[in-house]
Design a protein around this ligand. Structure first.
Ligand SMILES: Nc1ncnc2c1ncn2[C@@H]1O[C@H](COP(=O)(O)OP(=O)(O)OP(=O)(O)O)[C@@H](O)[C@H]1O
Ligand SMILES: [Mg+2]
Length: 266
């Protein structure tokens, strides 16, 4: 089972959109997916419009045993043949797991919870916009970490902090964690400022550090989210362009996972 955490320190850069884009691409490829909504805002949970669960991710974190994980795992309407996207839904209660003090020892509760998942190829974790305990829990449970940024001055700063955090978790609780790359989201190639910020990221981190392709800024993202559909189901040229981008990105992630020795189950 491949576990990918999608994070950024900065809010609103597109973590949830990238998780949903990758989930849509994965189910279209026939993979069985679980989205873990680690954000107390619950944006992924509302887009996926899952049936009301008997339990939530907060319950599974409080009690990471097989019965509680099973009760929290809910079906969504996203499926392609036998492949489905299921959800470990967020609720406001998750906040109580976000408290963090330097020097505190992380008890990887999410990792323990995810160990009970069965028949799942890919787990995508949507992190909250902070580097509190929830994001650390997500990193402690992952094989791959994806950092999302936008082509902006603050975006580059946020990426730096996220990279430091990934290294720290790798050095302490999760030696198997690999940095998969930085996603440049909402790119408008026609804008000089955006081209400049993308070049700046390459100068700072090297071309290899960017997870290709960059994701263009298209209203289809909002159309898909507001109607609760995967991008692959939205009929517009923007949606097709985005779907192709996420298909390629997923392909690259699976390749990196193979290299890192963490493959999806099928
Ligand atoms: N590639 C894109 N093109 C157009 N709009 C986008 C794109 N990516 C994200 N958005 C829009 O930007 C807004 C923020 O995106 P999203 O919620 O995915 O960010 P986030 O990083 O998860 O935010 P938060 O930090 O609050 O969790 C949303 O309205 C989303 O529809
Ligand atoms: Mg989000």
């Amino acid at each position: 089972m491949l576990v990918v955490s999608v994070l950024s320190l900065k809010g609103g850069v597109g973590k949830t959109s990238v998780v949903l884009g990758l989930a849509g691409a994965a189910v279209a490829r026939g993979l069985s997916v679980v989205v873990v909504d680690m954000d107390p805002q619950g944006n992924a949970t509302s887009v996926l419009r899952a049936r009301r669960a008997r339990a939530t991710l907060a319950d599974a974190m409080a009690q990471p045993d097989a019965a509680t994980v099973d009760a929290a795992l809910t079906k969504t309407g996203w499926s392609e043949g036998a492949a489905t996207v299921r959800l470990l839904p967020s609720d406001a209660d998750l906040v109580r797991f976000d408290a963090w003090a330097p020097g505190r020892r992380l008890r990887p509760r999410l990792r323990r919870a995810l160990a009970h998942l069965d028949g799942v190829d890919l787990v995508l974790i949507d992190c909250p916009p902070s580097l509190g305990a929830l994001t650390r829990e997500a990193l402690a449970a992952a094989n791959l970490a994806v950092v999302v940024t936008t082509p902006s001055f603050f975006g580059a700063q946020g990426a730096e902090r996220a990279l430091t955090e990934i290294q720290e978790i790798k050095d302490t609780v999760n030696p198997g964690l690999e940095f998969a790359g930085i996603v440049v989201n909402r790119l408008r190639e026609s804008t000089e400022e955006h081209r400049y910020r993308k070049r700046e990221l390459i100068e700072l981190y090297g071309a290899q550090a960017l997870l290709k392709p960059a994701i263009p800024d298209r209203v289809a993202v909002q159309q898909a989210e507001s109607t609760g559909q995967p991008l692959h189901a939205v009929k517009s040229s923007g949606a097709r362009e985005l779907s192709k981008s996420f298909d390629k990105m997923l392909g690259r992630l699976l390749k990196k996972a193979r290299k890192a020795g963490a493959e999806p189950a099928s």
